[in-house]
Every structure is written in C-alpha cells, then in structure tokens.
Design a binder for this molecule. Structure first.
Ligand SMILES: [Mn+2]
Length: 433
C-alpha cells in the first residue's frame, strides 16, 4: 500500500484546516504536543506506554514523548523531536520517510526551540510544564471544537489507514472463530490467539479486546478473560476487537454460535436476524440522513425480529414504545471511528432522552467513518423492571431464559461514507480474506 501521495494530501489538507480553525479561534500559532508518558501509579516508577495526543496523531504516527508540531497558517509544519538518550528503553520505531518528508524536522530539545511570535495555543493530552508556562492557552475550548470537527471528515489517507486497520482485525476475528469452532479454548486463549493473528501486543490494540464466552456476552465491555476452558457447553462467542494502522483504529464485533438443540437454535436464529438487519441498516445509509434516525430504525428492526422469533409478544410497535427493545439493546447503534475508537466530533447535540448512550447524533455526510453495531442481550438488571410491571406480557420469559446462557449478540462493521457511495470496510475485508 503506497501511502506517500495520499499522506502528502492529508498534511496539505490539515495545514489549511488548522489555519482556518486557528484563525477562527484567534490564534497565530498552534503547538500540538505528543504528550508524555504518565505514571501508572504515583507511588510507582512504571509508566503507561505513550498514547500520543489525538490531535498530534491526526498529523503523524510518532509516539515520542514531548515531540511537538509548530503550526502557523500558510507555512510548512515544523516537527520538533527531542533527542532521546535512554539505555533503559529502546526508542519507538521512526516514522516512514514519506511521513518525515512533509515536515521541517528539528532534532533537539523542544523546550529550547524558538517559537514564532503571536497569540499561541497549545494542544496536549499531558502538557509539559515548559509548554504551560507563559502566555499560551492550553487546550482552548473553541480551538479544540474546531479541530474535532476536522476529524469527522476523513481524507483518503485516513480511509486507507482505517481499511488496513480493519483488515488486520479481520485476521484476528477469523482466527478466534476458527479456534472456537474447532475446539474448547478459554477466553484468555482466544484473546491471545486474536493478538497473534492480528499481529499486535495487548497495549497496541485500540481498546481492550472484548472476548466473551456464553453468558459473559451480556457484559457490554467484558475484558476479564477466564483462563479456564469452559467445556463444550459454551455455545456462543462474542468478540469485539480492533487493530491499529498508523494510529487509526478499527472496531469489529462478531458473534459465533456452535452446537445444536432448541435453545442454541433460537439464539442462532437471533444472531442471523441481527446480522441481516444490520446489513439492511447499512443499505439505508445516505448523506443527509440523521444518524439517530438509523438508530431508531434499529429498534424497530429488533422488535420485528423478536416478534417473528416469538421472543416478543404483541406488536413490534408496542415492544419499541414500551421500552422492551431498550432493555434488550441498551447501547447506541454506533459511533465515529478514527484516531480514537470512539472518535470526536460526531455528537453535535445530546441524543433524545430515550437514547442516552447514543454516541453519534450527526447528520450523515461524505467523509464520515462510523460503526453500525446493533445488539440484543439478556441483562437481568434491565429486564427485572419489565418482569415486575405491566410489560410482563410483552416477552416470552421461557425464551428469554433459554437465551440467557448465550449472553448476547452484537454485529459491528466499520462504514465509510464516500463520494462514490457507502463502503463497508469490514465486509470487504472479510470477503478478501
Ligand atoms: Mn464500537
């Protein structure tokens, strides 16, 4: 994959976009700081690996503490890199030459660098003291909002990174499913097999892998992998895991079923329905559509599936209106994807009160990349109120009990909205694998 040309365009685009955002917020100079390693514990001497400030990662893949970009409208960006003399830890790998070629690179102590005159803003997740001193504004809200908005429309370079991150994750997903189908691996073994197949260490993943066998799938963020193999009785596996490419994240969920019997067949039918209507939702994506409408549609489609599978009783409309689907599917349909797995800028307003966890309230437009991840879970704490009030008759509780040991289903793809149409990065990667 030759990224040199799209990367040069990406930097040119950012140079112009930062110039506009800085001017709108009243700044002449923007210093974007990579951040610094933070202690795991203030009483300890070990650090977390550096996760660069997202605004810095937006410019280039370089995990060097205290590296800085100095940005002035209309000028070529300057990259200040501190010299690292450390015999305890090896330096991070240098960025490819086609990255460094886009900057005026200065090796040396950024604290001593001469910065251009003018009103200055600093953007940093963990500002160094020397950045904080003086007349600079650190992370001014108006500028951050402008920069976050830039991140909602991906360049061709970013889309290529997201597609590659998706392909890497798909290798891990395929291995996990193969191991689960063939044998009796523990959650820990599946997690390690995923890392191996996707070529990542645990700290490199964009978020902690979710690897859940059986009823653990009902915990939406289950990351406490059991080392004990559960035995062949576990007949469902939910893996929600991604990968990175040059700092860009993928985020994919697959739910796999094995075995036979009335209960497992019901759960398998539910998984197939969720998978089918997830694809139907993706076909409805188009610029101009509010994402929240798609989220609302996902509740209607879940309700129809529940009625058809005789898990729900009465009309699909009632299951949505009375909050039954919200007890079974409590999270949002999806979120922006980019440097951060829950990327910024696509929540311009709060969601409606009945969609409290929806992370995307934007109007869909060309350039966006986001996830589509409907689900359905047996979460006793959310079902108990239904069981206790006049909504009791809206569910077949025997069916709910039968589904309980499978935890839940979630199917998640990464979607790019391009000028040429909707691209399902995840299905494309699975098809090519
Ligand atoms: Mn997600």
């Amino acid at each position: 994959m030759d990224l040199a040309a799209p990367y040069a365009e990406h930097v040119a685009h950012l140079t112009a976009a930062y110039g506009r955002a800085a001017a709108a917020a009243g700044y002449d100079v923007v210093v974007v700081h990579a951040g610094r390693a933070t202690l795991r514990d203030r009483f300890d001497d070990q650090h977390w690996p550096l996760r660069p400030t997202p605004a810095f990662a937006h410019w280039l893949p370089l995990a060097e503490p205290d590296a800085c970009l100095v940005l002035v409208a209309g000028r070529r960006p300057r990259l200040l890199r501190p010299r690292i003399d450390d015999y305890w830890e090896a330096p991070p790998p240098p960025p490819p030459p086609w990255v460094l070629a886009q900057f005026d690179v200065e090796d040396g102590d950024p604290a001593r660098a001469t910065l251009p005159a003018g009103r200055r803003a600093v953007v940093s997740s963990a500002p160094a003291p020397w950045l904080d001193a003086g007349d600079a504004d650190v992370n001014p809200a108006a500028l951050i909002a402008g920069l976050d908005a830039v991140r909602t429309r991906k360049t061709a370079y970013e889309r290529a990174c997201l597609a590659e991150a998706t392909r890497r994750a798909v290798r891990g997903h395929r291995r996990a499913v193969a191991d689960f189908t063939a044998g009796d691996p523990s959650e820990l073994a599946l997690h390690l097999a995923y890392l191996d197949a996707s070529g990542q260490d645990d700290v490199d993943t964009p978020y902690k892998n979710i690897v859940a066998l059986g009823e653990h799938g009902a915990f939406l963020h289950y990351v406490t992998y059991q080392a004990q193999a559960p035995g062949r009785a576990a007949q469902s596996l939910l893996v929600d895991a991604g990968a990175q490419c040059h700092g860009y994240a993928s985020d994919i969920t697959r739910t796999t079923v094995r075995g036979h019997g009335a209960d497992v067949d019901l759960f398998r039918a539910l998984v197939e329905r969720v998978d089918a209507y997830q694809q139907a939702l993706i076909r409805q994506i188009q610029p101009g559509l509010p994402y929240e409408e798609l989220h609302d549609r996902s509740h209607e489609l879940l309700a129809e599936a529940l009625v058809d599978l005789e898990i729900g009783r009465g009309s699909a409309e009632a299951l949505v209106a009375r909050g039954v689907t919200r007890a079974l599917y409590p999270h949002g349909l999806g979120h922006s994807l980019g440097i951060q797995v829950h990327d910024v800028g696509m929540k311009p307003s709060a969601p409606r009160a009945d969609n409290p966890w929806l992370r995307n309230t934007s109007t869909i437009e060309v350039g966006q990349v986001f996830t589509i991840e409907p689900g359905c879970y047996v979460i006793e704490a959310l079902l108990a109120p239904l069981r206790a009030d006049d909504r009791r008759g809206l569910l077949d509780w025997d069916a709910v009990a039968a589904l309980g040991r499978f935890g839940g289903v979630r199917i998640e793809d990464n979607i790019a909205v391009t000028a040429d149409g909707i691209v399902d990065l995840t299905r494309d990667a699975f098809a090519a694998a």
